[in-house]
Design a protein around this ligand. Structure first.
Ligand code: TXA
Ligand code: MG
Length: 327
């Protein structure tokens, strides 16, 4: 049985021991739970790919506890330093040219000349990385191609015995994965939208920041190419009414939403409806997104109808995840 243990200082020490021995620990972060392993240990990194069923062409994010530690792994120019100082610790992953003298396991970078780095803003994650003394690879702690976990129970459901220990610290505050920003080329590009927005980054570096996400034919981030975030029940986006037999994922008021052929969404049985945020708050919606999708996925509905979410702020990341879940 996987050990589930409440995150605390002694628990962190125990988790660090597991990681030093080459084991896998699910750790809480401010975005989603990560499946951590010693980034210097090739065998441990291989276990991460195996546990997730992750294609080896998809590189991992290396998590650090300080900017100094990150600088030992990647080449930072002044633009990268400015961004790291502005947003770390926080939900931003930087893709930078890797340092050839770093000891990161080759497998973690999937043969690329770049490395993805992040310093998470979560006391337990930072404490764990510090206590280990080495950086940690940490993809989301779920089977490849499924929804990312935002609670310890999601991790246990998805990975079962493949993870040695789960450091439990409740629900993740943000609920969608970090913004991935590629600073390895001349032009800064967002490869995966998250809660740190293009305009916030632009303000720091005084340059336009573009998007290169799944919408494009040949995205630069290998992970964006792959099937992702997929519930078993089909999704229908931008729904304005319901078909009979559909479940509802609402945003804002669903008071006036009807069911074709008669009936109202507000009278659906409890298991058939969730509201991401009755107050139309995008932060609340992001935090609820994956858990509510998982719950509705179990309702036995023929489809999950999702109301429109404004494509602004954190809504950009929410819509990105929804589009991929629907594709
Ligand atoms: O919020 C997060 O970032 C979470 C928590 C646990 O930190 N982690 C996470 O990792 O979402 P993962 O492995 O599920 O997603 C990593 C993404 C993938 O889309 C991957 O392709 C991309 O980052 N990536 C990693 N290294 C890259 C690189 N060198 N160049 C471009 N994309 C890269
Ligand atoms: Mg993932």
């Amino acid at each position: 049985m996987t050990k589930v243990i409440s995150a605390s200082i002694p628990a962190i020490e125990e988790a660090a021991e597991v990681l030093k021995r080459g084991g896998l620990v699910a750790m809480p972060t401010e975005t989603v739970y990560g499946l951590a392993a010693n980034a210097f240990d090739g065998a441990a990194v291989a276990r991460v790919f195996e546990a997730k069923g992750r294609p080896e062409i998809n590189p991992l994010i290396v998590h650090v506890s300080s900017i100094e530690q990150a600088m030992e792994l990647a080449v930072f120019n002044s633009r990268a330093e400015d961004v790291a100082h502005a947003f770390w610790p926080g939900p931003l992953t930087l893709v930078l040219p890797r340092r050839k003298d770093s000891k990161i396991a080759e497998l973690a970078m999937a043969g690329l000349d770049t490395i993805a780095l992040r310093m998470p803003a979560h006391k337990m994650a930072l404490g764990l990385i510090k206590s280990c003394g080495f950086p940690l690879v940490a993809p989301s702690a779920n089977k490849s191609g499924t929804l990312s976990p935002t609670t310890p129970a999601h991790v246990a459901d998805s990975l079962g015995k493949a993870v040695d220990m789960i450091l439990a610290a409740g629900s993740c505050e943000i609920g969608v994965e970090s913004t991935v920003l590629d600073l390895s080329g001349d032009v800064p590009v967002i490869l995966r939208p998250g809660s740190i927005l293009a305009e916030e980054i632009s303000d720091i570096i005084d340059e336009k920041v573009g998007y290169d996400t799944a919408a494009k034919a040949a995205p630069s981030s290998p992970g964006q190419l792959l099937k992702h975030y997929k519930p078993d029940t089909p999704l229908r986006l931008n729904a304005i009414d319901l078909e009979p037999g559909e479940a509802l994922l609402a945003f804002g008021s669903d008071k006036f939403m009807g069911i074709k052929g008669g009936g109202a969404a507000k009278d659906l049985p409890e298991k058939m409806k969730r509201n991401l945020s009755a107050e139309s708050d995008l932060n609340e919606a992001a935090a609820n997104l994956f858990a509510m999708l998982k719950e509705l996925d179990k309702a036995g509905a023929k489809c999950i109808a999702v109301m429109a979410i404004p494509d602004e702020g954190l809504g950009i990341a929410i819509n990105d995840r929804l589009r991929r879940a629907a594709s």
